[in-house]
Design a protein around this ligand. Structure first.
Ligand SMILES: NC(=O)c1ccc[n+]([C@@H]2O[C@H](COP(=O)([O-])OP(=O)(O)OC[C@H]3O[C@@H](n4cnc5c(N)ncnc54)[C@H](O)[C@@H]3O)[C@@H](O)[C@H]2O)c1
Length: 268
């Protein structure tokens, strides 16, 4: 067994960019060493340099989460290198738009591959380190589009996120005897490569769905992850925390803004 790292360690799948990168930077700044698990080597290099600049040691694990042999090899390397794993974030995900009637097996399998199999692969690999350790936090990426508000044209994506929410509860129960908590975060529109075009093309239509009338930022998900891993959440497991500024709390979240005189009334 290698010498155990003196600092806590976080691994984030899909940590090269977007929300995963935001989580890594938040934890690196607060004393964690990090492992970036991603397929995009260019993005990983940028995030690795930024985490190092914040004082973190960085292990960059190039790994396709759909392939269990790659995931197992990456986490064996992580265990060898750090000797511990305190936080695992199953963040890697892809979104593809297709109606079910037009769907292709290729796209369906790609989305399920990352969003379902990927979560199982990285969770299992993390548990193999955390169970003998007797501690840890596992965090999964859900979505507003999962069990709360699936969307037309995003049936497979939405269903994978509902799957992850359900799996999170099961993993929380299975991991509880080993001192491991399992929770999730559920963003709506958080500025990243995945949704940036929506923010550019339809800002007002999207803001009208969000009670706080702001788009999310990746570091805000980092804050929720920090809370979930902290003692403040010591009695919380199996939960999904919305990180969505109050998206779709009601049918017309813009009405209170009109009533408050803070936006122009809509034509009806
Ligand atoms: N951004 C949002 O508004 C939003 C909303 C709801 C849910 N989410 C979820 O949050 C998570 C992060 O989303 P994001 O917006 O940061 O996405 P993103 O597209 O900006 O980043 C995803 C990252 O995952 C990596 N990745 C993709 N396939 C992979 C694979 N097979 N193996 C390893 N890494 C892989 C990519 O290289 C990339 O670095 C996803 O699970 C997404 O479904 C995001």
């Amino acid at each position: 067994m290698p010498e155990k790292s003196t600092k806590p360690v976080i691994a984030v799948s899909g940590g090269g960019q977007g929300i995963g990168r935001g989580i890594l930077l938040y934890f690196a700044e607060r004393g964690y060493d990090v492992a970036i698990v991603d397929v995009d080597q260019d993005q990983m290099a940028v995030t690795a340099a930024d985490c190092e600049a914040l004082g973190a040691e960085v292990l960059a694990l190039v790994c396709d989460v759909t392939q269990s042999n790659q995931v197992d090899a990456a986490y064996a390397q992580l265990a060898e290198h750090y000797g511990r794993l305190d936080v695992q974030v199953n963040n890697a995900g892809i979104l593809r738009r297709q109606r079910i009637m037009d769907s292709t097996d290729e796209v369906t399998q790609a989305v399920i591959g990352v969003n379902v199999f990927g979560v199982i692969h990285t969770s299992r690999a993390a548990m193999r380190i955390m169970v003998p350790q007797g501690s840890g936090n596992i965090i999964t990426a859900h979505s507003l589009l999962g069990d709360r508000m699936p969307d037309a044209g995003l049936g497979v994506y939405s269903a994978t996120k509902a799957f992850v929410a359900s799996l999170t509860r099961v993993m929380a129960a299975e991991c509880a005897p080993y001192g491991i908590r399992v929770n999730g975060y559920a963003p709506s529109v958080t500025d990243s490569a995945m949704v940036h075009h929506i923010i550019e093309e339809r800002p007002v239509a999207k803001l009208d769905q969000i009670s706080m009338r702001e788009f999310g930022r990746p570091e805000q998900v980092g804050k929720i992850c920090w809370f979930l891993c902290s003692d403040l959440a010591e009695y919380t497991t199996g939960a999904s925390i919305p990180t969505d500024g109050g998206s779709w709390l009601v049918q017309r979240p813009f009405l209170p803004w009109e009533a408050a005189g803070k936006i122009e009334p809509r034509q009806r």
